[in-house]
Design a protein. Structure first.
Length: 84
């Protein structure tokens, strides 16, 4: 299940939540229910925003050749990332 980072501007907290790709949390109460956190002093209906976070890209070539050394960037195998 994918993880997403949500930020609450009201309390300044950024929390990681796991849920399906088609689900999106929109309030502090939904986020707390998803993660098991206590509401604290923040009202349940306080809006939150999902942050854009980077994902990892895995080259299928690297998966087929586990003994292949990674490129100089420490990223993908075989220099496919273009960061070597």
């Amino acid at each position: 299940m994918p993880t997403y980072d949500y930020h609450c501007a009201s309390n300044g907290q950024t929390i990681e939540a796991k849920h399906g790709m088609n689900e999106e949390l929109s309030t502090w109460g939904e986020l707390c229910a998803n993660t098991g956190l206590a509401l604290g002093n923040t009202p349940a209906d306080t809006p939150i925003v999902r942050l854009i976070t980077g994902g990892q890209i895995v080259s299928s070539r690297a998966l087929k050749n586990p003994d292949m050394p990674a490129c100089a960037s420490g990223g993908c195998g075989g220099g496919m990332c273009g960061l070597h």
